[in-house]
Design a protein around this ligand. Structure first.
Ligand code: PNS
Length: 177
């Protein structure tokens, strides 16, 4: 096969979703979103909303979306949304062909593989795994919140504005206890 035998891509738009809790968004998330935006024509960053109070996050879905809007403002093919219920239903409703997940370590893979296989058994959707950049391989929103709550320095792991909001929210929560 010569180079000229390779067909041009078809007219259909390749749309991917980067789903997550984003409670709050970290530099690890931004790394994956930015790299996904180079691979797909359109990217939807979708905040998963869990209505159960016990699983409610530190930030409301609206706050998480506002943070994402800000940090993704320079990525023109990225838009922010939220979803409730099954991710596969969201994919069907929005013509999404691929779910993109970042893999930090092999330990992420077991569960992610199971979810990918479950999702593709439900609807016609592929999961694409992107290895997290090494400098973010230990970065997780849950760990950042824990470290920050105990006064640890998490500067550099998340955008400066988000860090300010996190510090304020943790202080509010501490006052309420
Ligand atoms: O950032 P997280 O917490 O790892 O994100 C998890 C999320 C929201 C992507 C995942 O829990 C999810 O897809 N939830 C939607 C519910 C669903 O479709 N469950 C079946 C998964 S096979």
């Amino acid at each position: 096969m010569t180079q000229t035998d390779i067909a041009q891509p078809g007219p259909s738009v390749r749309r991917a979703v980067c789903p997550g809790s984003f409670d709050p968004v970290t530099h690890g998330h931004i790394d994956i979103i930015a790299r996904t935006s180079k691979l797909f024509e359109e990217v939807v960053v979708a905040v998963g909303v869990n209505k159960s109070k016990s699983r409610g996050g530190l930030f409301s879905p609206e706050e998480r979306m506002a943070m994402l809007e800000k940090v993704c403002a320079d990525l023109p093919n990225v838009r922010i949304a939220s979803f409730e219920g099954l991710l596969t239903t969201f994919c069907q409703e929005h013509g999404i062909q691929a779910i993109v997940k970042g893999l930090r370590a092999v330990s992420d893979f077991d569960y992610e593989l199971q979810m990918a296989q479950m999702n593709s058994s439900l609807v016609d959707v592929e999961t694409v795994f992107i290895p997290t950049s090494p400098e973010f391989s230990f970065v997780a929103s849950s760990l950042i919140k824990e470290v920050a709550a105990f006064g640890g320095d998490v500067t550099g792991l998340l955008p400066a504005d988000v860090l300010v909001q996190l510090t304020e929210r943790l202080a509010e929560r501490a006052r309420q206890q």
